[in-house]
Design a protein around this ligand. Structure first.
Ligand code: CA2
Length: 191
């Protein structure tokens, strides 16, 4: 008997074709060779970036009278849950380093993120680099501050980041992050 009748699967799989049984509850074969591998189409799943600036890693451990008792992990869960309601995945980041925050923003641009929520913290009032990065990527951005910066010291009132933001939320505690994500959904017509 010729070998191709004994090993038909082997022969045809080298041609990129599968002759294995096709079950109705399985995805169809992948063009180009693979068979029965579950396929996730990530191109449709929107991503939003939630970026946190310096010292926000300390959230929930100090100054609860100003910033509340929620930790940054709690904020991450809140953002992931809120993003999921809109069919989005949340990429949650924090850095104490200005250049890393610029890198996160550029990454959001490269990944064609649906939106950015950013609490620039101490860099709010100083960072032309973060403002320039946001202006460069053209991803709709909402700036968030946990505290009401306008009811605090004068030096907290000015924000370079606001010049690149579609909206600003402050004084709503960590719930401001969820409001910002809902706001992005509203802006992008998802509600
Ligand atoms: O209210 C906000 O979210 C701020 O962005 C927080 C910044 C502050 O510089 C801004 O003016 C307003 C400070 C973040 C520091 O976070 C800490 C959290 C807990 C304990 C210590 C610092």
């Amino acid at each position: 008997m010729p070998p191709f009748t004994l090993f038909p699967c082997l022969l045809v799989s080298t041609l990129g074709v599968s002759i294995r049984p096709f079950y109705k509850d399985r995805p169809p074969p992948i063009p180009g060779g693979g068979i029965f591998e579950p396929q996730v189409d990530t191109s449709m799943a929107g991503t939003i970036f939630v970026i946190n600036g310096p010292n926000l890693n300390l959230l929930g451990t100090r100054e609860p009278e100003t910033y509340g008792r929620a930790t940054l992990k709690d904020v991450q869960k809140l953002c992931e849950k809120t993003a999921k309601r809109h069919g989005w995945k949340a990429e949650f980041r924090q850095s104490n380093i200005e250049g890393e925050i610029v890198d996160f923003i550029q990454e959001a641009g490269r990944q064609k993120a649906k939106g950015i929520v950013i609490n620039p913290a101490g860099y709010t009032t100083t960072s032309i680099a973060i403002m320039d990065a946001l202006l460069g990527v053209k991803v709709p951005t909402i700036e968030v501050h946990i505290s009401n910066i306008h009811a605090r010291e004068d030096f907290r009132h000015h924000s370079y980041v606001s010049k690149a933001a579609r909206g600003v939320i402050c004084g709503m505690g960590v719930q401001g992050y969820a409001l910002a994500i809902d706001g992005l959904a509203e802006l992008l017509g998802k509600k």
